[in-house]
Write a protein that binds this ligand. Sequence first.
Ligand code: FAD
Length: 827
Amino acid sequence: MDISLPAFLQERIIWLGDKLLRDRLLVAGGTADQRGEFVCYWMHHAVRGHENPALDVAIHHATMLKMPLLVYHAICEEYPYASDRHHAFMLQGARDVQRELADLGVRYVFHLQRESHRGPHLRELAKRAAVLVTESMPVEPIVGWIERIQSACSTPIAVVDCACIVPLTLTNKGYTRAYEFRDATKSILEQRLAHPYPHQPVTCEPYYGPLPFYPLNLQDADLRELIGKCKIDHTVGPVIDSPGGSRAGYVRWEIFKSDALRRYAKRRNNAADQNGVSRLSAYLHFGMTSPFRIAREAAEHQADKFLDELLVWRELAFHFCFHQQQPLDSIERIPEWARRSLELHRSDLREQNYSWESLARGKTCSSLWNACQRSLLKHGELHNNLRMTWGKAMLSWTDSAERALHMMIDLNHRYALDGRDPSSYGGLLWCMGQFDRPFEPEIPVFGHVRPRSLIEHEKRIDMGKYVSLVDRSIAVERTRVAVVGAGIAGLVAARTLSDHGLDVHVFDKSRGIGGRMATRRIDDVIRFDHGAQYFTARDERFTRQVHSWIHDGIVAPWHGRVVQLNKGEVVAEKSSTSRYVATPGMSSLGRHLAIGLNVTCETLVKELRPTDDKYGERWHLLDESESDLGGFDYVIVNAPPAQSLPLLRPHSPLAMNIEPVTMSPCWSLMIQVETIAAIPFDAAFVDDSSLAWICRNDTKPGRAKCDPACWVLHASAKWSTDHLESSAEDVTVHLQQAFAECIGVGIAKLRCLAVHQWRYAIPATTLDRDCIWDPATKLGACGDWCGGPRVEGAYLSGAAIAGSLLRDMTIDRRASSAKTEYTGQLF
Ligand code: FAD
């Protein structure tokens, strides 16, 4: 029995941990070693200082145990789909609650996991606490995190429901039909709605003892810079017109309440009418607005339809998830009849089998679906009425129900600000038959699962209006971005920004695109990858893309036999690494990334000239003949350091960072060779030679077989540096000789087809950050010499610089389209 804990709080708690210990502590005050140093409230999904049952439970226990209270709130890099968008929203929320709790005299400490700030802080605090209080959120990762904390310490843990009006503890099963849930919870709901949330004064002391980290003061912190230090997905930009936090949440609610709540029932199904719905779901998901207040005030306005959505459909999903086995992202979570029916139609012919990338970027055959996806990608939201049609399309466009569910969850959680909420699972599982009945007639692919036609939906919606709503700017105003260099980093940056609707122009001095990821064509028949040979993929942010490119046939795994050679002897096998190549040549990846982008080749950008026009673009780009290439607000330079410096040095202190970075050269020879016996490998790293790498190009997937065989030879960095100024003829003679010596097989005939010098081939040193960005001048630089000296590093660097720009344009800026003029009291 929890002494004197008010009933409205008591009914919201689930206790975890050692019951005996808890009883001893809470009833008898505990022994010294049971008592701990403080009561700790771990905040994550009730990010508010008002109407917060978990905070009230924590205050109550701290008061009762005569212990100080510590509120710990953290954002880590490991939650699923972690991105700049979710981070920005949560950080803005943290900033609000930090101020709110400071005003109440409650000690709140915030930690952001980032570069050089990583450690198991929650576990340590939980071990030192007498009681750990936290909120219930019946979805992953929270369920698993709470379980892990529980197993790591013996501290009693109070898990408090702060999200539902009908407490999760008061239902004994997960209802699967809305009417059943409505009937079962009607009286509980009515009783809870009838009372205002009881005000709890702060009756305990704040904890000011030692902490395992230095807490962040978010009031003056630069959120853009902080997020840049986190190892998360930077390609999903923050949303300017949905800033996080209680203040923004209540402004939205007040405007909706006064303008639209009354007519909600009429307007709610029109996706082209942005203000016809509350757009509160993300604020409710993170508990930045109190569901108690929203429900109470909606009830005062007798907004029955809105209340039905908020209290029946939303809470049905919470209670369902709470009573379900985890994980929820499994086909096992849909009803037996739906699973069976989908299974029977497993081998039905699908309309399409889209890759993750085609879906994520909204490149399908349906303009309505693409607009829905752009809404998610650019603005982090999708109107509820369209979300079901959007979700169901995945069944027709993927090769199995499992993959359809996986794609729905991925795209929803990754892009929607309210992703990962129980309501998200409710809606997405509904697309697969959950909370629904079998539907007649049985049709291909869907079986008895209710279909929803995109074509029919498109007829019902004002497409022109919806598309212009979706294609509104993500920034304060129209923004022009120039990218100098169409290497992998530049193209990734350009594509990410263009996908967010920005006006991007790419310039490259070469004839082709892709930079060092290049393919040389000889006599129109033979192709050589004379730059990057293959790439590896280790970071999840890159592997996801690589798998999608494999699906689309742009990339293939390369299973060639790769060895290490020393003087003609194979001294080690090197085939176990997973290697990938673009097909049919390495340059295909650059070409793929450039589809739909505005790229001008054979244009060397010689100078960036600042303008003094206060209202126009900041920068003009000039080419070698001083022709003006246009005006731009932001410029990203994606060129090797030596080529970036002359552009940036006159304007930005960024140049200081670039100066120490050096690149090694590489001589590359493309040959055709006939040997007297077959060479027993496809590629080799070569020791103790002028050569560092040799590779039979036509054994890579997607390449036409050549006879005689085509080999690419790369000289070592040292030899290439020592022979930087040698003639191509001398280099050819020497490297052919080195090849003959290292393969260990006699040569019958050898013909050199081309020789190429890469003056800036591979970074000899790299910067310790993914990109460099100067917010004062709006200039940035990216490339493999920033994050890591490979294709993967270039990809991540391009993503990082795009993230810097997106954060600069959106975080704590005011959207011209957003209604934010409410000036009344918020809480
Ligand atoms: P880049 O590809 O260098 O692109 C920069 C672009 O900027 C170029 O297209 C250039 O033309 C353009 N540019 C420069 N200055 C200007 C200007 N003033 N105006 C306009 N355009 C300009 N990586 C691997 O992962 N695996 C490998 O096996 C591998 N092998 C390699 C072998 C060689 C010989 C070389 C050269 C590289 C290899 N790499 C490999 C490295 C890989 O190619 C690079 O890491 C990656 O391609 C770099 O991409 P990036 O976008 O940073 O720059």
